[in-house]
Unconditional design. Structure first.
Length: 276
């Protein structure tokens, strides 16, 4: 598959809020409020410029443990961020509160807003970060790896019949994901279609007797945000009447530099479960 080159400057520098950024000049000090993008910052070779992160930003462990914590993704300590004198703030539409970002924008000159909804959206993330922080070569390398992983995932999807799955993220109340989430799009890449088909919430509560849930052929129990364990498999299989399996939530929900590894993980899991 041919990987496209870095696009024109203005297109590559536009974030999810429609703001066109400039290439960073002078000393760079980055605060990231998005765990998967903290990992991406480090993968791009910007670890020395990362001065702040949330308590949920835990990868890569040997690097982030040396970086100051500024609270959580939703409960950011404003004064802690202010003290870091950041030049760039990385946020996400789903993971961070708008009012918090607006308060931080009052004293951080560059706020980069992200909102990937599909694995393919990572190409834009790589280009955006690569251009802003002068890491074009590193961004191209990640893009090439993602393109190869997408091709492999689609090959697996084409080799197996489509399968409808219920992807659980919480227990009591039982909760799943809607079709418009990044998680659902990632599962779809390997031929797993999530149920319910239509919901009023991105993370709906589910009833085991609902027709959409009954239509599922398999149940997947995620490791996050609720940490499903082996002990839950029998319970879910009994409630659903369907085979149940554990799945690594980071491999379905962490965009950024983990996207390619996530697709490869899902492709292997899809093939393994198909023959069990």
């Amino acid at each position: 598959m041919q990987v496209s080159t870095i696009p024109p400057e203005s297109a590559a520098l536009e974030d999810a809020a429609g703001v066109v950024h400039r290439r960073a000049e002078g000393p760079v000090r980055i605060v990231s409020l998005v765990p998967s993008l903290t990992e991406l910052v480090c993968e791009l070779g910007l670890a020395d410029q990362l001065v702040g992160r949330t308590g949920f930003c835990i990868h890569p462990r040997d690097i982030v443990r040396k970086v100051a914590k500024v609270g959580g993704t939703k409960d950011v300590r404003i004064d802690a961020v202010r003290a870091l004198e950041a030049t760039h703030l990385i946020v996400n539409i789903d993971e961070n509160r708008r009012e918090t970002v607006e308060r931080l924008a009052a004293f951080i000159p560059n706020v980069i807003v992200t909102h990937p909804c599909t694995p393919e959206d990572n190409f834009g993330l790589y280009r955006l970060f690569g251009r802003i922080f002068d890491r074009d070569a590193e961004a191209d390398r990640l893009a090439a790896d993602l393109a190869a992983a997408l091709d492999a995932a689609r090959a697996v999807a084409a080799s197996l019949p489509p399968e409808r799955v219920l992807y659980l993220i919480w227990r009591e109340p039982w909760m799943s994901v809607s079709r418009d989430t990044y998680i659902s799009a990632t599962l779809r890449a390997v031929g797993w279609e999530t149920v319910p088909d239509e919901t009023s919430s991105r993370y709906p509560e589910i009833a085991w007797q609902a027709s959409a849930v009954v239509a599922a052929q398999r149940v997947l129990l995620s490791s996050e945000p609720y940490r499903f364990r082996t002990l839950h498999l029998d319970e879910v299989a009994r409630l659903s009447g369907r085979p149940a399996a554990l799945i690594d939530g980071k491999m379905t929900s962490w965009y950024g530099s983990r996207a390619a590894a996530g697709l490869r993980y899902l492709a292997r899991l899809r093939e393994r479960l198909a023959v069990e």
